[in-house]
Design a protein around this ligand. Sequence first.
Ligand code: CU
Ligand code: ZN
Length: 188
Amino acid sequence: MSNLKAILYPIALASAVAACSQDTEVVQTEAAVESQAAAFSEFVAVLHPTDGNDVDGFVLFSNTDEGVRVAAQIRGLAPMSSHGFHIHEFGDCQAADASSAGGHFNPAGMPHGAPESEQRHDGDLGNLIANDAGVAQSNMVDSELSFSGPDSILGRAVVIHAGADDLESQPSGAAGPRVACGVIGVGS
Ligand code: CU
Ligand code: ZN
């Protein structure tokens, strides 16, 4: 828990700064936002359950030489179950079913696929698999993800689905309803 707290604190701080910025420039250019983001090395999405669900957790994103490391810890899943795990286009989890997050993040206009497929959405992270306690952990490096430019994942949403992503059905792997959602923001 203290680990999660350490992760959450900078986010709370960032939101607080954003909330009381009347005395500074409220409107920033995309470039300014990007150069600020570049000053940070780690990004995080804190996932909250959608209406009627009990799944939550967090996903950390950090830079490596081979790509972006994606470290997830999600709880509240059925034991030994598989769940579609994606980055969706819009950083908006406000809808009760997280439909506000839109479809899979797909800046290159590709078909849906597996993380290791040549043709895939940038947001296709495959499946998370829960252990017998209903907790799923993953730690992978994805070469398609980026923190800058038009393909940046910052400000987009991480979504966990009720069912498994079959890695081929179009447009989203037939993974079923969205059970948890969180926006990718600055971690530290
Ligand atoms: Cu999804
Ligand atoms: Zn997809």
